[in-house]
Design a protein around this ligand. Structure first.
Ligand SMILES: NC(=O)c1ccc[n+]([C@@H]2O[C@H](COP(=O)([O-])OP(=O)(O)OC[C@H]3O[C@@H](n4cnc5c(N)ncnc54)[C@H](O)[C@@H]3O)[C@@H](O)[C@H]2O)c1
Length: 445
């Protein structure tokens, strides 16, 4: 850990950062791999990097496990700080990381000089502000998806700006981007195999609202006080009296979550926006609703159940981009049939269509089908690996050491992808087409 490191990169570059950035510039010119440029800074791997985990629930403990694995497998990282607004979870996390300091306020964790980078694993509505504050405090950021809550377009935009301004390394928790399939397909698209991109489809089909109603309620009698900071949980959300269901099962409520659009589609759509290099959309429409986990359906299973779910279980959107590319995101949590098959974390395999042919995946092969109007031939390409969570973390750390912001799911890409997802969700909610104003960089509803 670099204890002497200043918290504002704008005024001071640490030695590690300076060496990393120089090496990154030099190496970037020679990189020809299918993935983003990963530059190694000579000697910098000998410095142990300190990790702070903000949010120690299910995902935070998952990050804990992966950071530990990486520490034991050559990553030279250690969890040195943990933060949660609920003390039992904070204590559990501290037990799992012997040398970790405990914080109940993430801003105090960000002021800890032993923390070089943070895992942000809080509920969706906190990701944006915590990521911005972390980058401004001189920390590199691994932030769980979604980039922001669906109501926080301006925050998403600010994250991209902050990453640009501070030069901090940012990676979104779309671990499926570690799958070499997407980088191989991106190269094929860049080489012109499908011609001008025209159309893409992707999505996620699965059964169960375990992500919402099924979230664990650790203590039904929990109350706000010194061991549970309800105001800190709410953050910038509407103020309301404490509600144990909202605290533990926040995924059900629109104030904190958005259902498939924000919980699931970052996984399926980030590969598509990456392969087609999509920036800001032109407009989006959305359809869907609570079609399966409605009160009547749920009461068939449990007559005493009180359904509070506010977020859709079924959500589809169409989004068009300037220049004539249209994308369809389809899915429901009421039926798990994937049609053409699933890949990695269960996302339906995408189909990319261009003027001269289409790309998709069958089994462990990328499949190219030419269109009628071209004399290209059908092709199959073996996929050179699969999604790997540990390696996704390792690549992030390599980028941190090199000062290379070009992670496998960087801030700018996350911003553009999240903008489309926000537009789709707002379109469904408002029953309108939502447009993007490229001059003002704003949404028009
Ligand atoms: N990439 C993936 O595959 C994946 C999988 C699961 C979850 N996630 C994401 O991880 C995030 C967390 O999900 P989860 O299932 O772990 O939820 P969770 O409720 O189990 O954990 C969230 C934790 O954050 C704490 N918290 C709330 N407000 C806080 C604040 N202001 N400061 C510090 N801590 C605070 C809560 O007390 C809780 O312990 C979500 O945004 C989710 O989308 C990603």
């Amino acid at each position: 850990m670099d204890n002497s490191r200043q918290t504002n990169r704008g005024t001071s570059l640490s030695r590690r950062t300076f060496i990393g950035r120089s090496a990154s510039l030099a190496a970037g010119m020679a990189v020809v791999s299918a993935g983003p440029a990963i530059a190694q800074a000579a000697g910098s791997a000998s410095e142990k990097l300190g990790v702070g985990i903000i949010g120690c629930g299910g995902r935070g403990m998952g990050h804990m496990g992966t950071w530990k694995w990486l520490g034991e497998n050559g990553g030279n990282v250690e969890v040195v700080a943990v933060c949660d607004v609920y003390r039992p979870r904070l204590d559990r996390a501290a037990q799992a990381a012997a040398n970790a300091k405990k914080y109940m306020d993430y801003r105090e964790l960000l002021a800890d000089p032993n923390v070089d980078m943070v895992s942000i694993t809080t509920p969706d509505h906190h990701h944006g502000q915590q990521a911005i504050d972390a980058m401004r405090a001189g920390k590199d950021v691994y932030c769980e998806k979604p980039l922001t809550h669906w109501s926080q377009f301006e925050v998403a935009r600010e994250i991209a700006r902050t990453a640009r301004e501070t030069g901090r390394v940012f990676q979104l928790g779309t671990q499926g981007m570690s799958d070499p399939a997407w980088w191989q397909m991106k190269t094929l698209v860049q080489e012109g195999l499908i011609g001008q991109p025209l159309h893409a489809e992707c999505g996620i089909f699965r059964v169960g609202d375990w992500g919402e109603r099924g979230m664990p309620v650790d203590d039904p009698n929990a109350k706000p006080g010194p061991d549970l900071n309800w105001d800190a949980f709410l953050g910038d959300r509407p103020k309301r009296d404490f509600d144990v269901s909202r605290f533990f099962r926040w995924r059900m409520y629109e104030d904190y979550a958005g259902g498939p659009s924000t919980d699931l589609y970052p996984h399926s759509y980030t590969p598509v926006t990456t392969m087609l290099d999509l920036k800001a959309p032109a407009y989006a429409v959305g359809t869907g609703g609570i079609y399966r986990y409605s009160l009547s359906e749920t009461q068939k299973e449990n007559p005493d159940e009180k359904v509070e779910r506010e977020v859709p279980d079924t959500f589809n959107m169409l989004v068009d981009y300037p220049g004539g590319i249209t994308c369809a995101l389809l899915g429901t949590q009421g039926n798990g049939f994937q049609g053409t098959g699933a890949r990695g974390s269960g996302a339906k395999v995408p189909v990319l269509r261009g003027w001269e042919g289409s790309l998709t995946i069958q089994g462990n092969e990328i499949v190219f089908e030419p269109s009628d109007s071209t004399n290209k031939e059908a092709q199959r390409y073996p996929i050179q690996g699969e999604e790997n969570m540990g390696e996704y973390f390792r690549k992030f750390v390599e980028c941190v050491r090199a000062g290379n912001p070009d992670t496998q799911s960087p801030a700018e890409r996350a911003y553009h992808t999240q903008t489309a997802l926000i537009m789709g969700y707002l379109a469904l909610r408002e029953g309108k087409t939502v447009r993007f104003d490229p001059e003002k960089e704003n949404l028009i509803i």
